[in-house]
Design a protein around this ligand. Structure first.
Ligand code: SF4
Ligand code: SF4
Length: 187
């Protein structure tokens, strides 16, 4: 068996480009795994959060783009609070989702992609999250035929929405954010 260590040169151009565009310092990660050990959704991921960063550092773009992980991340920020280097992992996951959408890569979890698009459209339109419109638009995305409108999950969601409106947790009157044009420039 050949036990000699061979130096492996990584192509860092992929990571450098991602770091610049996302604003996340990918190279600061030293693989302590604290992010992964605290992630409540690690059980549903195919590649652990620390490993996604390692793959990016190693220039493994195809493997990163093939991972389910960014689509499963709930942006809960547990990993950021645990990271000794303050690496914004959810921001990176969000960036990877946006890149996949831009490149027309088929989303690994279509429901998440549909919600992501509805959410971003909602922000573009109102300048802030308008929950009632968000829920309605997302619900309509799942409607394939008229009969779906009276399906049990839709009826349950409508009931839940009405309860939230009654308790003042959601409003039927849309509110627009001030400075909407400045918010639009972020996209
Ligand atoms: S906690 Fe931070 S430094 Fe440690 S592996 Fe995760 S991202 Fe890298
Ligand atoms: S933000 Fe995403 S990666 Fe980080 S702990 Fe939450 S689910 Fe896991």
């Amino acid at each position: 068996m050949n036990l000699e260590n061979e130096a492996v040169a990584f192509d860092t151009s992929y990571a450098a480009g991602c770091a610049e565009k996302s604003g996340v310092d990918i190279f600061a990660c030293y693989q302590c795994e604290k992010c992964t050990n605290g992630c409540p959704l690690a059980f549903a991921m195919d590649v652990m959060p620390h490993a996604i960063i390692r793959m990016m550092q190693a220039g493994l773009m195809d493997e990163v783009e093939d991972a389910v992980t960014p689509w499963v991340c709930a942006s809960c920020e547990t990993c950021v609070t645990r990271c000794p280097n303050n690496i914004d992992v959810p921001r990176l996951m969000d960036f990877l989702k946006q890149e996949a959408i831009k490149k027309d890569i088929e989303p690994k979890v279509p429901e998440v992609a549909a919600f992501h698009k509805t959410f971003m459209d909602n922000i573009r339109l109102f300048g802030r999250v308008q929950e009632t419109a968000l829920m309605g638009a997302y619900q309509l995305k799942g409607i394939r035929q008229a009969a779906d409108l009276i399906s049990a999950p839709v009826i349950e969601n409508v009931k839940l929405g009405l309860k939230m409106v009654a308790k003042g947790r959601m409003s039927l009157i849309p509110k627009f954010a001030k400075g909407k044009s400045r918010i639009k420039k972020l996209f």
